[in-house]
Write a protein that binds this ligand. Structure first.
Ligand SMILES: Nc1nc2c(ncn2[C@@H]2O[C@H](COP(=O)(O)OP(=O)(O)OP(=O)(O)O)[C@@H](O)[C@H]2O)c(=O)[nH]1
Ligand SMILES: [Mg+2]
Length: 193
């Protein structure tokens, strides 16, 4: 797939804002700072479509983008940001759960994890949730430009093992040197078409 157009559509801060029409959707979840917004910009070939930050916790809303006039990419707020209070976490979990359970055209969830880190308890809870509700997902090991090339398969295998998934489910990605970009776009094509 080639992404030839991508525009910001709208944001949701509560259940009322969740879009429920029949336009196909893919969503990006993961720990704060994992690289969700950066990946979206990378595959869309735009620098500032989704807002990115070196400070975790930037994306606080559900942000919708309309791509190729055909499907939506959804940038979800990150989890595990240490400085957010209990109230924020409860709001986040509520909104996330509502999004994941009441988006009729959600095709696949991309779960992003920094390839240098061991999956966290929150990552495991996210996978557990997706498994429980039979929501299709794929795992993206991000920022592989930070690893020696020879260590990338090892890092992906470690993530797969920790999460109890087949190693084919973990795809390496870098927004810096575009590792995995073509594969991801191909995968997206398979989901949407
Ligand atoms: N080296 C490298 N840095 C990356 C890559 N992807 C993202 N980053 C950096 O990681 C930081 C966080 O990226 P974001 O895309 O804002 O992360 P996010 O997952 O959207 O974070 P939240 O919105 O807080 O949930 C930024 O400083 C990015 O420049 C990558 O592929 N390689
Ligand atoms: Mg973000």
């Amino acid at each position: 797939m080639k992404i030839s157009s991508a525009i910001y559509l709208t944001s949701a801060v509560s259940e009322d804002g969740i879009l429920k029409d029949d336009c196909p959707e893919v969503a990006f979840v993961g720990r704060s700072n994992a690289g969700k917004s950066t990946l979206i910009n990378c595959i869309c070939g735009q620098k500032n479509l989704a807002k990115t930050s070196s400070k975790p916790g930037l994306t606080k809303m559900i942000n919708y983008f309309f791509v190729n006039k055909q499907f939506r990419i959804v940038d979800l707020p990150g989890y595990g940001y240490a400085q957010t209070g209990q109230k924020h976490i409860a709001n986040w979990a509520g909104l996330m759960e509502k999004y994941l359970l009441s988006s009729p055209s959600l095709k696949t969830v991309f779960v992003l994890m920094d390839s240098r880190n061991t999956p966290s308890e929150l990552d495991k809870m996210m996978l557990n949730f997706l498994n429980t509700y039979k929501i299709p997902y794929i795992i993206i090991a991000t920022k592989v430009d930070k690893l020696a090339k020879s260590k990338i398969p090892q890092a992906c295998n470690m993530i797969a093992k920790q999460l109890g998934v087949r190693k084919e489910v973990v795809m390496p990605f870098s927004a810096e040197n575009f590792t995995g970009k073509e594969q991801l776009l191909e995968y997206l094509e398979g989901i949407i078409n």
